[in-house]
Design a binder for this molecule. Structure first.
Ligand SMILES: *Cc1c(COP(=O)(O)O)cnc(C)c1O
Length: 347
């Protein structure tokens, strides 16, 4: 094994989707968010598996992603575009039968003029101030939009990963006010919102990160496993240094393993100081600086023979552990996982 090996467990993704689906009542439809190439894990494989599992509604960020996804899924499943109907996207939306989530008056006009009778949803801004129509804009357009039978009215929570945050009930109240009296299916919650409880579920939920094994879905099954091959082993004396900037100095005679992956593969330099890798059940510390293509590990205390690869991500340690160390979030770690890995899919 010469290249690093990224394994993606489709059975685990399916199990996480089912678990999040079961967190809602039977009348709530659980969609799947597969934007950014399914959070870096491969949209065709992930979405095909989730469709087989029963997912009928998918969300991506942009029309181009929707076209790709339609190619993978074929006709049938609804593909929603979170950025809505952008200028220049009309042809893609029509040909790939995408459903834009309309975010503004401009987008609504574009949709109704260029694709009359075609399906669309509406995205409302309930306080996040990122995407969607604000209350006044919606009040002015509501009758026009509702007369066209939108497929969905949705909004997004800003603080759902903090269950006690007052923004959650605040946005819930605004969403209820803005959608009162409509018969259109409603959607407010991503992974975090699902975990806030049934009040937040409405008709459709939109989990993303929870499918891929990330926080705040703490019970998620492990999806990603990353094994880095040992290219070289060397013995060094006390006082010798390892890596760029002489960043690490051996305090005793040491055995150092050099592994084939680095920051160009999404292993952030910021995790260098406080991360372990795993040889089966044994943890060994990452040492020195992370290079573009290489990292170094102190395997001096490993009580077994150094294996051909060490595990950076797996059951013992998930994306959130590394993200915490790097001062970022699991989402960023996942979407940064590089293209050089040899990828394999389980299940
Ligand atoms: C990314 C996104 C989601 C999924 O969020 P997770 O936190 O990954 O579950 C849902 N809805 C919208 C609008 C999003 O942008």
């Amino acid at each position: 094994m010469s290249t690093a090996f990224l394994s993606i467990d489709l059975d685990a993704i399916a199990a996480n989707w089912r678990a999040l689906d079961q967190a809602s009542s039977d009348t709530v439809e659980t969609a799947a968010v597969v934007k950014a190439n399914a959070y870096g894990l491969g949209v065709a494989r992930v979405a095909t598996r989730l469709a087989a599992e029963g997912a009928r509604r998918f969300f991506v960020a942009a029309a181009e992603e929707g076209v790709n996804l339609r190619r993978a899924l074929g006709p049938g499943p609804e593909i929603n575009i979170l950025s809505g109907h952008m200028e220049g996207d009309t042809k893609l939306i029509a040909e790939a039968q995408l459903t834009p989530m309309i975010n503004s008056a401009d987008q609504l006009v574009r949709q109704l003029e260029s694709l009359p009778g075609a399906p669309f949803g509406v995205q409302l801004d309930t306080g996040m101030n990122r995407l969607g129509m604000e209350p006044a804009e919606w009040a002015a357009l509501r009758d026009i939009a509702l007369a066209q039978n939108p497929t969905l009215i949705m909004s997004h929570l800003a603080c759902a990963d903090e269950p006690d945050h007052p923004m959650n009930p605040h946005q819930l109240r605004i969403f209820k006010e803005m959608t009162a009296g409509t018969a259109v299916p409603l959607s407010l919650s991503a992974t975090g919102g699902i975990l806030l409880g049934p009040e937040y579920h409405f008709n459709v939920t939109r989990p993303g990160i929870g499918l891929y094994g990330g926080r705040p879905f703490e019970q998620a099954a492990t999806v990603v496993r990353l094994d880095l091959p040992v290219i070289q082993l060397r013995e060094i004396d006390a006082g010798e240094t390892v890596g760029y900037g002489n960043a690490w100095t051996a305090e005793r005679p040491s055995l150092i393993a050099t592994l084939a992956a680095g920051y160009a593969d999404g292993i952030h330099r910021a995790i260098a100081r406080d991360t372990v890798l795993w040889a089966g059940e044994y943890a060994v510390p990452l040492i020195g600086r992370i290079s573009m293509d290489l990292i170094t590990v102190d395997v001096t205390d490993l009580p077994v023979e150094v294996p051909s690869a060490l595990t950076l991500l797996g059951d013992q340690q998930g994306i959130d552990v590394l993200a915490d160390t790097a001062g970022t979030i699991g989402y960023e770690f996942l979407t940064d996982l590089g293209n050089r890995y040899k990828r394999s899919y389980l299940g």
